[in-house]
Ligand binder design. Structure first.
Ligand code: PLP
Length: 392
């Protein structure tokens, strides 16, 4: 097989073999509709509820607070749209940040068109939300604060517990997009006063097209899909049984392996970061140095284009990303990199490498050597670099 070094685990992960194995019988032998009465199918209802328990346990939540969705984007849409509608009588103001995933940002824009007011908080140069700025942004009509647990591009982990406390003290709902953080860092919804939380299967070695929204008991929220009585009538549609089984298997696996896996990833991440910063000139690390996801490294290389870098890495069998998967293909630099104050040119020369559970030190060594060669080669062709060298 051709060489493949997959360092784009923030975009998606490989479904773990044991997860797939758990799912398979639910496509074939156990195909019953969980809503049917006979034992053959109602066994599947029990299995679905078992997965709810596994997920709830992982968050310190109750099983009936877990609602399955078709992924992270749906959970984000649901949280914002349905909470906005349900609390419209109380106020029309929502606070979020400039570095959210587009599933939040574009939903925010949609709500603005429907008459809601949305504040998009700035972040500092590490991508951190300021608690002071957050407090200042709160108005009497604020109904919801949505701040991501950890950023998908630069890996910065937000002060979620403190944000939750601020929201809780003022009786404002707190939603967090934990799609990147869930399975990577321990999360407890009560300790952090989280009222709603989004997560997705394919970011934690589970299948694509399945995720969940945690909704704290007592939170008023509108149904997202109208139809049958599934998911306590809030999200109709025959359950994606194989997906749910896969999600549950992925979550219990992620919880079981978290400590060892993330310790190993952190070590390799730091090795990668140290080597790149030391061995490649005119380069910077984006995101917080320590408060960051165990598997995330994000660099900016001066004088080069991230897209050219990606193509050359691909030729060497290395998968990475510049900006986020959803924005590549467009020429706009990532909104996250601009929000942390990078000039356009620097934001354009960025590369995100996100490690996975299979990543080994030899992969990192290979990638660093490839990067050194490619970056030097691209700079040799760069008029900007030529000017810079002449001036210095
Ligand atoms: C991937 C991602 C999403 C979207 O999840 P899907 O399951 O792909 O819809 C939302 N938020 C963040 C932070 C993500 O990384």
């Amino acid at each position: 097989m051709e060489k493949l070094i997959y360092l784009d685990n923030a975009a998606t992960t490989k479904t773990a073999p044991e997860v797939l194995e758990a799912m398979l019988p639910y496509f074939t032998e156990n195909y019953g509709n969980p809503s049917s009465v006979y034992g053959f199918a109602s066994k599947n209802k029990n299995m679905v509820n078992c997965q709810r328990e596994i997920i709830a346990d992982a968050l310190g939540a109750k099983p009936e607070e877990i609602y399955f969705t078709a992924g992270g984007s749906e959970a984000d849409n649901w949280a914002l749209k349905a909470a906005a509608e349900a609390y419209e009588g109380k106020g029309n103001h929502i606070i979020t940040t400039k570095i959210e995933h587009h599933a939040i940002l574009h939903t925010g824009e949609y709500l603005e068109k429907r008459g809601f007011k949305v504040t998009y908080l700035d972040v500092d140069e590490d991508g951190m939300v300021s608690l002071e700025e957050l407090k200042k942004a709160i108005r009497p009509e604020t109904i919801l604060i949505s701040v991501m647990y950890a950023n998908n591009e630069i890996g910065t982990i937000e002060p979620v517990k403190e944000i939750g406390e601020i929201a809780h003290e003022r009786g404002i709902l707190f939603h967090t997009d934990a799609v990147q953080a869930f399975g990577q860092v321990p999360i407890h919804v009560d300790e952090c006063h989280i009222d709603m939380l989004s997560a997705s299967g394919h970011k934690l070695n589970g299948p694509k097209g399945i995720g969940f929204l945690y909704i704290r008991k007592g939170v008023k929220i509108r149904s997202f899909i109208h139809g049958g009585a599934q998911e306590r009538k809030r999200r109709a549609g025959t359950e994606n049984v194989p997906g749910i089984i896969g999600l549950g298997a992925a979550v219990s696996r992620a919880v079981r392996t978290m400590e060892e896996r993330t310790a190993k990833e952190k070590e390799l991440r730091d090795y990668l970061i140290d080597r790149v910063l030391e061995e490649i000139p005119y380069c910077r690390l984006n995101g917080h140095r320590t408060k960051r996801l165990p598997n995330n490294a994000n660099f900016s290389f001066q004088f080069i284009e991230g897209e050219s870098l990606l193509i050359r890495l691909d030729m060497k069998g290395i998968c990475g990303s510049s900006g986020s998967a959803c924005t590549s293909g467009s020429l706009d630099p990532s909104h996250v990199l601009l929000a942390i104050g990078l000039p356009h040119e620097t934001a354009h020369g960025s590369l995100r490498l996100t490690l996975g559970e299979d990543t080994v030190k030899e992969d990192i060594d290979y990638v660093v050597e490839a990067l050194k060669e490619i970056v030097a080669g691209l700079r040799e062709m760069s008029p900007l670099y030529e000017d810079f060298i002449k001036k210095n």
